[in-house]
Design a protein around this ligand. Structure first.
Ligand code: UDP
Length: 238
């Protein structure tokens, strides 16, 4: 399908129209950003690595009964995706305490809670993506209570599938962020990416960080580590 005009440029991706009103092409850039764009860098080959990783993960979810916007990877950095009406919400799932939850609640990183933790955040850089609850989401007119219940249900299924996938790759899925959109028929489907930019991934044997924390915290070897995630996933999904 022919790629037409640029519709949107985000921090790490470009979205192009296509000949079909139901499809877009999403291109992954080499840019890495953190702390609301304060920290920025270009990482060679990042666009390709993230496109490969997200395509593998979303393809795996599609194959396991979770509807996503991903249709197919079309080349090294591009994906053909379904057009969705993006919900301005981030759903964060936490299997191990880390990052903002550790900081906000004064809990040590690495503690494993008995339950899976679901955070809802409003996607708004200017407000710092504030944490919201179900009632806020309904009051803001972003979703109904029924849709929120569906979001939790799909998110839990995604978590189960991804914990298993990463486990086979020797990686602990610490936490991750997903986003949802409404497809043309109104159904809720998973949109956006799943990459080491949006997940915390810890090597099961060494505890080494295999995600964007390498960039956020200046741990070095960002490119090598993203490549290692891509290689391990590709071996598991072969
Ligand atoms: N995350 C993301 N985009 C955001 C906020 C968080 O992809 O705008 C991911 C992040 O990479 C991590 C998880 O969601 O895997 C939990 O992030 P956290 O709330 O701990 O925030 P952080 O301290 O990473 O900013």
């Amino acid at each position: 399908m022919r790629e037409l005009e640029l519709q949107y440029e985000g921090k790490s991706k470009l979205i192009y129209a296509t000949e079909s009103s139901e499809r877009v092409v999403i291109r992954f850039k080499d840019d890495a950003t953190a702390f609301y764009n304060i920290k920025r860098a270009k990482i060679e080959n990042k666009g390709k690595m993230c496109c490969d990783i997200s395509s593998m993960i979303l393809g795996y979810l599609n194959a396991n009964g979770v509807s996503t916007h991903f249709v197919e990877q079309i080349d090294q950095t591009g994906q053909l995706c379904r057009v969705v009406e993006h919900m301005p919400l981030e759903v964060i799932l936490r299997n191990v305490i880390a990052g903002s939850m550790a900081k906000r609640l004064g809990i040590e990183e690495g503690i494993v809670p008995e339950n899976t933790i679901f955070d809802l955040c409003l996607r708004d850089d200017k407000l710092g993506d504030p944490l919201v609850n179900d009632h806020h989401v309904v009051a803001l007119g972003l979703a109904t209570y029924e849709e929120i219940a569906m979001i939790y249900d799909i998110s839990a299924r995604v978590n189960n599938l991804l914990v298993e996938l990463f486990d086979k790759a020797g990686i602990t899925l610490v936490d991750f962020k997903i986003e949802f959109g409404r497809a043309a028929d109104g159904t809720l489907i998973l949109a956006d990416e799943l990459t080491p930019d949006t997940c915390r991934l810890w090597d099961k044997s060494t505890g080494e960080r295999m995600d964007k924390d390498r960039f956020r915290r200046d741990l070095g070897r960002v490119r090598e580590t993203y490549q290692e995630v891509a290689t391990r996933l590709s071996n598991v999904l072969k």
